[in-house]
Design a protein around this ligand. Structure first.
Ligand SMILES: [Zn+2]
Ligand SMILES: [Zn+2]
Ligand SMILES: [Zn+2]
Length: 139
């Protein structure tokens, strides 16, 4: 009796991105992470979302390292953010394409609405990207 639940298997990467890019409720986002100790102490001053990748100058949809505020491209481009993590062990990065936060050490998205240390930088990135504060979470 294989009454399998319809999980999101067999989705293309595009679909996967669409799901993860939705405005609220990232699939499987963690509400805690043990790698936040390396976050930059000043995350209210961050590069703008259209900052190119520091290494290959890829123009958009880059990631912001939340430890050193380097801007690097993602896994669908040249994976410079992943390289950066391997070189520096800076685990936590914010996506300038959908403002999600990814922890390379947890290998999971982090919920920036729940995790206190991430909320200010998420809000700041939102303001830089959209020119206004994120809507207050009226569930
Ligand atoms: Zn790059
Ligand atoms: Zn870094
Ligand atoms: Zn983590």
């Amino acid at each position: 009796m294989a009454s399998s639940s319809c999980q999101s298997e067999g989705l293309s990467e595009e679909d996967y991105d669409l799901i993860h890019g939705s405005e609220s409720g990232w699939v499987d986002a963690r509400t805690s992470c043990h790698h936040l100790h390396s976050l930059s102490p000043d995350l209210t001053h961050i590069p703008t979302p259209n900052t190119p990748c520091n290494r290959c100058q890829h123009p958009n949809e880059n990631w912001l390292c939340l430890s050193c505020k380097d801007v690097l491209c993602g896994r669908f481009v040249n994976r410079h953010m992943l390289q950066h993590f391997r070189e520096t062990n800076h685990s936590v990065a914010l996506s300038f394409s959908d403002l999600s936060v990814w922890c390379f050490s947890c290998d999971a998205y982090l919920d920036a609405h729940v995790i206190q240390q991430l909320r200010p930088v998420h809000e700041m990135a939102y303001v830089l990207k959209f020119g206004e504060l994120p809507p207050v979470g009226a569930s």
